[in-house]
Design a protein around this ligand. Structure first.
Ligand code: MN
Length: 483
């Protein structure tokens, strides 16, 4: 049994920050409530549910530098779904914010990937729309992170489904939230279960280079530190990574499985104070290391179309290992990593001395929700596409169809398949009969009833709003008049 005191220690260690008295109060309440309601429950591997799942999920949330309400919500994330705890009780004990976060996570567990990759983009959007709050998505990602860590205990069918869903939905969402590290963690945990043959092949091909990289990356880092101090007179901020297995697989596929075509298996990022220093340190690196001809890219003079700015070069160290070195200023780094969000951070922060850590926008949202006026406004900006312009309906087989606001059942029918649209007769929406002209409501389950003799009529043009449906109806009407 884990004590509350032990738990507090684990949280502050993961978060890299001491807990305040307020944090301890929030977490203490959540801890005893979750422990009480999950009492006696076991996971499929026999572990007690609370300690074996809720606690580790909350520690993952803490490792993303989230605040105590998020960590508390993680402790409680399965209570509404799997225990007798009611929303009202939860709200009374832990407050509105935590109750809503937990409720959001419960709603998300109803969204499942059924294997149709054609609708995967809609499903991603649906996922965020159902969540209503980006923080709920973050909780779900941490839940999934721990589920993937314990995937070995499930049946092979479940392993495959969950692993593929994680790569297609969860990891993608993580990278769109600019949580690149988390995206890689999810993909690498899921990969062996999702695509075992490709995984083995990738491991086999990259193993020697990986082994070498583990040893050499520290030496390269050290040498870059020395070069920075000697050339610029200060310690540059240097970060390193070895490419994840799944990312390596994706790149290998594009490079015909030729490992020698991969130059960024090892990458180091050097962050300096200004643009001049970027070029100065680049020159120094080239004089101290052998460099790969033709691999120097100046994305400062000519940024990538998406605005990405950095200098890239590939060096070869004394062991023969290739490493990509990326050089940029703090501002370029922030904009590259956080895109539009970076402007927001620059605008609202009063502090000029940024650290890498403070650029983690998830933690920024968190801080914002504590001290600043309008975190909602910020989240709203991020999600405006999802909420105000799209609705999501579900087919009986679980595919999500993404439609503009104002779409009718007939639009929905045409989005599934033009044949289904052409022969649509009526629909069953959440179990009730509806006409083709009814508006689609988000999150409803719609079954289209077709009839052989039902076919497009001119008045159908007045009840559809999507271009796809309109074009298809026009075409069908034209061919009817020809007959
Ligand atoms: Mn869970």
């Amino acid at each position: 049994m884990i004590s509350l005191e032990e738990y507090f220690n684990l949280v502050s260690k993961e978060r890299g920050e001491e807990l305040s008295a307020e944090d301890e109060e929030i977490l203490g309440t959540a801890f005893s409530l979750a422990e009480q309601f999950h009492a006696g429950q076991k996971r499929s591997n026999g572990d007690p549910y609370f300690e074996g799942h809720c606690v580790p999920v909350s520690l993952h949330v803490a490792s993303l530098h989230m605040g105590s309400e998020m960590i508390a919500a993680a402790l409680l994330h399965d209570t509404l779904e799997d225990t007798a705890l009611t929303y009202q009780e939860l709200q009374a004990k832990c407050g509105e914010t935590i109750a809503e976060l937990v409720d959001g996570v419960s709603k998300l567990s109803k969204v499942k990937f059924k294997g149709n990759e054609r609708h995967v983009e809609s499903l991603r959007k649906f996922f965020v729309a159902v969540a209503k709050d980006v923080r709920v998505v973050v909780l779900k990602l941490c839940d999934r992170w721990h589920n993937l860590e314990t995937l070995q205990y499930l049946s092979p069918e479940k392993q495959t489904r969950i692993a593929r869903e994680s790569i297609l939905i969860h990891a993608q969402l993580a990278s769109r939230l600019n949580m690149g590290k988390l995206a890689n963690i999810l993909k690498d945990l899921a990969f062996p279960y999702a695509y075992p043959d490709e995984y083995q092949k990738t491991i086999g091909i990259t193993a020697p280079a990986r082994k070498k990289a583990d040893k050499e990356i520290v030496k390269i880092h050290k040498k870059l530190d020395e070069i920075a101090v000697a050339t610029l007179g200060y310690q540059a901020d240097i970060d390193e990574r070895i490419k994840g297995i799944y990312s390596s697989f994706q790149k290998l596929e594009r490079k015909n499985w030729n490992i020698n075509e991969i130059y960024d298996l090892v990458a180091l990022r050097v962050i300096v104070k200004n643009v001049d220093d970027c070029y100065r340190i680049l020159g120094a690196i080239h004089s101290q290391f052998r460099s790969m001809p033709g691999r120097m890219k100046d994305y400062i003079s000519i940024p990538k179309p998406n605005g990405y700015k950095s200098l890239h070069t590939v060096i070869i160290d004394e062991s023969g290992l290739n490493a990509e070195i990326q050089i940029r200023t703090i501002q370029m780094h922030t904009e590259n990593e956080y895109g539009a969000a970076a402007h927001f951070l620059y605008k609202t922060s009063t502090n000029d001395t940024y650290t890498k850590h403070s650029f983690d926008w998830i933690s920024q949202i968190n801080e914002l929700s504590k001290d600043l006026v309008s975190p909602e406004e910020y989240i709203h900006e991020l999600q405006i596409d999802f909420f105000n312009t799209r609705i999501f309906a579900i087919t009986p087989s679980g595919d999500v169809i993404d439609l503009p606001v104002g779409a009718t059942i007939l639009d929905f029918a045409y989005s599934i398949h033009s044949e289904i649209g052409d022969h649509a007769h009526m629909a069953i929406v959440n179990g009730l009969p509806r006409q083709l002209s009814s508006l689609v409501e988000s999150e409803s389950v719609i079954e289209i009833i077709t009839a052989k003799n039902s076919k497009p009529r001119p008045d159908w043009l007045k009840i559809v709003v999507t271009a796809n449906a309109r074009n298809r109806i026009r075409k069908a009407l034209e061919s009817q008049t020809v007959d």
